[in-house]
Ligand binder design. Structure first.
Ligand SMILES: CC(C)(COP(=O)(O)OP(=O)(O)OC[C@H]1O[C@@H](n2cnc3c(N)ncnc32)[C@H](O)[C@@H]1OP(=O)(O)O)[C@@H](O)C(=O)NCCC(=O)NCCS
Length: 168
């Protein structure tokens, strides 16, 4: 990995590109333009690493729509995208991330998430569209507590130094 990474909020005009990737993976995309969703693209100087999104429920965040283009997988880009989104979450004042996944539980466990029961999630997360219906009951629930905010994470476009330690 060379150079710094940036996390840039997606504009409405950029959502269709994300929707296509999500559809290719069978992930929910029908609600991405709805209120209360935020999505970012994460780039390094060589181009797009991937996308991810957050829904905010108090101090808890639903991490969603994490996707790396197929031709870039297996090189640490997914980890980099989640770390970038975690830094955005910290900058937004979140303390925990939750997610549901069907096929990528092993990936999220590898990068510091732990399995949880859906019932452990706070009411706002449980009432989210993903928990309430968009993701099947067989999807695995995972969570991760976020560390203290790092310096320089509050800007809309956040420069992320390479090779940073994963957010726990
Ligand atoms: C899941 C996804 C984001 C991973 O991206 P990636 O760039 O291939 O992942 P990384 O290279 O950063 O992998 C980080 C670690 O997780 C491991 N890993 C990656 N995918 C994994 C999987 N499906 N199961 C178990 N471990 C996995 C890697 O081997 C790597 O381990 P290492 O640190 O020992 O080398 C990517 O496969 C993807 O976009 N999948 C389709 C969308 C999806 O399912 N998203 C999750 C739902 S929100």
């Amino acid at each position: 990995m060379t150079g710094s990474r940036t996390a840039t909020p997606l504009t409405m005009q950029e959502l269709p590109a994300l929707a296509v990737l999500l559809a290719m993976e069978g992930l929910p995309n029908q609600d991405i333009a709805d209120a209360g969703r935020r999505f970012w693209r994460v780039d390094d100087p060589d181009g797009l690493l991937g996308y991810g999104g957050l829904e905010i429920y108090g101090r808890d965040g639903l991490l969603r729509s994490v996707v790396v283009p197929p031709d870039r997988r297996g090189k640490g880009d997914g980890h980099a995208v989640v770390d970038a989104l975690s830094r955005e979450a910290l900058a937004l004042g979140l303390e925990r991330l939750w997610l549901l996944t069907i096929g990528a539980a092993g990936f999220f466990e590898r990068i510091g998430f732990t399995r949880a029961e859906r019932s452990e999630a706070p009411p706002g997360i449980r009432a989210s569209a993903q928990f309430a219906g968009l993701c099947p009951g067989s999807a695995v629930c995972l969570r991760r507590d976020l560390g203290p905010p790092a310096e320089g994470t509050a800007s809309a476009v956040t420069a992320i130094p390479p090779e940073t330690a994963p957010v726990r």
